[in-house]
Design a protein around this ligand. Sequence first.
Ligand code: SF4
Length: 372
Amino acid sequence: MGRHFYVHIPFCEAKCPYCSFYSVAGSKLQKEYFDALIKEIKNTKDEASDDPSEKDTVYFGGGTPSVPDEAYIASVLGEIITVFNVSDAEITIEANPHSLTAKKAIAYKKAGFNRISLGVQSLHDTTLKTLGRLHDRKTALDAIEIIKGAGFDNISADLMTGVPGQTIEDVLEDAKTLIDAGITHISTYSLSIEEGTPFEKRYGTSLEDPDVEIYERQMYHTLRKILEEHSFIPYEISNSAKEGFRSRHNSSYWRGVEYYGFGAGSHGYIKGIRYGHEDDIEKYIKDPTRKIVEEKLTEEDKMAEYAMLMLRTMDGITEEGFKARFGKSIPDDIRRKMRSLIDKGLCEEIKGGICLSRKGLDLANEAFMEFL
Ligand code: SF4
């Protein structure tokens, strides 16, 4: 039985040119922001439905949670643990190699974090430069040693694919080096050009060139295969983990269960209502309990969303999973859509249901559209 908590830390050292997440460069208003977070947590009722198949999880994401002073982070985690009586939980913090120090990693461990997700992106300095990241290969590898030295054994790393100039050999070398360094979970993301970012100006639609897309897909599948050969089980489109190291927190999103979202720009889902906060630090500080979006989901919405999210996972949509989540069989309209996905070659049959086929992994958005 568990509940899930997401905390958004919107501070970064500098804005990466491809990023469209809500975050601000610089450290202004940190104290005020963390005071507001504590106020929001204190004013939140413990009323989420328990997730029967998972223990408690807490996830500090960003932005870059390793940018602010570690004492702020520890005080917010302490508040969540106290207010919601959290115990025996998976507690993750995202960190970037450039801002993570040994002092911070030790403080996170002491505060109760037991998992770190490190934004490595690449171990090739030219690729890191293209991405406008502040760290280089050495800093990233040093950060992994710092994390291990602080006593963490559950370490995830993000890798980016499809970066201009990056080769399949580069990505495979990155993955092998991370595996050798003791990483237990790898998330892979393909670079996408987002509206309004400096990358949009720099690259426009050039990454949509069919040859570029085909090469990126080869990169993705080769990486996935290499990870599998090193006992990293692909359990979701973008995630592979060693046995026992799946992200419990992210898995809860894909099962469509309830979770709290604290902080500017965060979203939550409690008592059947999806909500969102202002993605503006100053507005959030003024009234951290204010929700700017509140949408009540019908039972049909919940089932369609569950089907769409479970399609991201290699567990897929199954009769057994549906019964466990909703206490009933897969409804006829969802069954029809599942059949249509098989007919289109986007999904394949598995025991009691379907999951994405190889073609579906490449055209996942097209598959997800079926449930929108
Ligand atoms: S560090 Fe992450 S959140 Fe911050 S600007 Fe870069 S990509 Fe965006």
